[in-house]
Ligand binder design. Structure first.
Ligand code: NDP
Length: 478
């Protein structure tokens, strides 16, 4: 097999100016908060401390919600859709102008390869703001009545896997519809949200329309349970999603939850195998597998399984794991020590339950959090690695003989976020997609995102849709 020697191609971090400490962004200003507590955010590729951020306490959450309420009542709800659109366009343009800086900052704080933050995350972030800017003055034509109204103050809690992209998914539709927001980024990845706060200032967004408060799970809990919040939007684990659903039950708060997944990527014997291999790799190794819709269960038709697995292993051996800022890197650092521990534990459970583990020879850096791309064969549906979300670069392979068996196995999960189908027959794509209980079904591709297409799950993957026209519904009272 040919091997390729790559010279290092590092992206320079000098474009980013990381301060040693950051405050909370409330009412258009950065403040030190009242809790007196801070948290450190580290670079997962080096374990180096990047900055200290404030841990928002109860009084800070109160202040942020009050600021959002004030901005909602005095400014944002009244200025009209076309003025809101102007601000959103302005934000989108600034994101484009600062794209390289944001991509580098995201890779440093999150560990994802610069190739992905530069070519996927940040362009999609800008695209979301452009897309929802377009809707802001056309809400009366979106199918929610002639004069749909905003809901009010939105509490938004996001995870660490796509920090800036999840912020865009939450903030762009909320603002377009006339709501104001208080957003809490994940504790391990606050820096691009704080850079976004600066962008709001640069765009002259009226103070209080966007508030960013940092902190851990307790800050998130205080925010979603705050009495003056009208809408809760959460992306993260099913466990926390469940706690949030319980906490807001019985209140008038509207809720959308985008939770975990255990997607089946189904490959039929007539699929174009080289393309399918690329799709499988993209499905599970994109963003280190820290993807709620990752194709973490490969279902392959038995007759082609040995052949497909040979090709997949050859392809996996070519994946480059290492420095997230190197433009050649395919797989970056695992986001945190805690997540690495979770991936190790579930992979060990896979071996203990009798599945066969394989990884290509792969040198991992000495410092930082790393996990080699891993494949499990001999997996049964009862194994934990076939049922639980690993949220790492670990693929479980199962086989099937008939389309009916493929559908049954694909749907045999408490989740229902996404799925993939690989076949050359269009009729089979439609027939299978129709039977899959998943919010998104990709055909002959995987992990493709677009601001105009709705995204969301069934069952324990949550409820509500983000993106597209459907995404407006979550932020409109109708
Ligand atoms: P969490 O669900 O704990 O984190 C998501 C966000 O919710 C973070 O901002 C977190 O804050 C916040 N949060 C935590 N507890 C509460 C609470 N009680 N009320 C309100 N907000 C809260 O995910 P983890 O980071 O702990 O990851 C655990 C597992 O969850 C992963 O291994 C993965 O399987 C899954 N996951 C799934 C994601 C998805 O997109 N589907 C995204 C992230 C994780 P903080 O970061 O400070 O804890």
């Amino acid at each position: 097999m040919p091997t390729f020697e790559y010279a290092p191609a590092p992206e320079s971090p000098s474009i980013v100016d990381i301060r040693s400490s950051y405050g909370l962004f409330i009412n258009g200003e950065f403040t030190d908060g009242t809790s007196g507590q801070t948290r450190k955010t580290v670079n997962p590729a080096s374990e180096e401390v990047l900055a200290e951020v404030v841990e928002a306490g109860e009084a800070d959450v109160d202040a942020a919600v009050a600021s959002a309420r004030h901005a909602y009542e005095r400014v944002w709800n009244g200025i009209g859709g076309s003025d809101r659109a102007k601000y959103l366009y302005r934000i989108a343009r600034i994101i484009q102008e600062r794209a390289r800086e944001l991509a580098v900052l995201e890779s440093i704080d999150n560990g994802k390869p610069i190739r992905e933050s530069r070519d996927v995350d940040v362009p999609l972030v800008a695209a979301h703001f452009f897309y929802y800017a377009g809707w802001a003055d056309k809400l009366g034509h979106a199918g929610f009545g002639p004069d749909p109204r905003p809901i009010g103050v939105a509490a938004q809690v996001i995870p660490w896997n796509f920090p800036l992209l999840m912020l865009a998914w939450k903030i762009a539709p909320a603002l377009a519809c006339g709501n104001t927001v208080v957003l809490k980024p994940a504790e391990t990845t606050p820096l691009t949200a704080l850079a976004f706060a600066e962008i709001c200032r640069q765009a002259d967004l009226p103070p209080g329309v966007v508030n960013i408060i940092t902190g851990g799970g307790e800050t998130g809990r205080l925010l979603v349970e705050h009495a003056d919040v009208d809408k809760v939007a959460f992306t993260g684990s099913t466990e926390v999603g469940r706690a949030i659903a319980k906490a807001v039950a019985g209140s008038t708060k509207r809720v959308t939850l985008e939770l975990g997944g255990k997607a089946a990527n189904i490959v039929f014997d007539d699929a174009a195998l080289d393309e399918a291999v690329e799709g499988i790799v993209n499905g599970i190794f994109f963003n280190q597998g820290h993807v709620c819709c990752a194709g973490s269960r490969l279902l392959v038709q038995e007759s082609i399984a040995p052949h497909l697995l040979d090709r997949l292993k050859r392809r996996m051996a070519l994946l480059r794991v290492g420095d997230p800022l190197d433009k050649n890197t395919d797989i970056g650092a695992i986001n945190s020590a805690a997540q690495l521990q979770r991936i190790r534990e579930l992979s060990a459970a896979g071996e203990a339950e009798g599945a066969d583990r394989w990884s290509p020879p792969c040198e991992l850096p000495a410092r930082g959090y790393w996990f080699a791309p891993t494949l499990f064969t001999g997996v049964s549906q009862a194994h934990r690695i076939a049922r639980e979300e690993i949220f790492g670069p670990v693929l479980s392979v199962l086989t099937f003989r008939t389309p009916a068996e493929a559908v049954e196995k694909a749907n045999n999960t408490p989740y229902g976020l996404s799925a993939g189908v690989w076949t050359e027959k269009g009729s089979r794509i439609l027939a299978i997609a129709d039977q899959l209980r998943a919010g998104v079904v990709w055909a002959n591709t995987f992990n493709k995102f677009d601001p105009s297409s709705p995204f969301g799950g069934y069952k324990e993957s949550g409820y509500g849709r983000e993106g597209g026209r459907h995404g407006l519904e979550a932020y409109l009272a109708h």
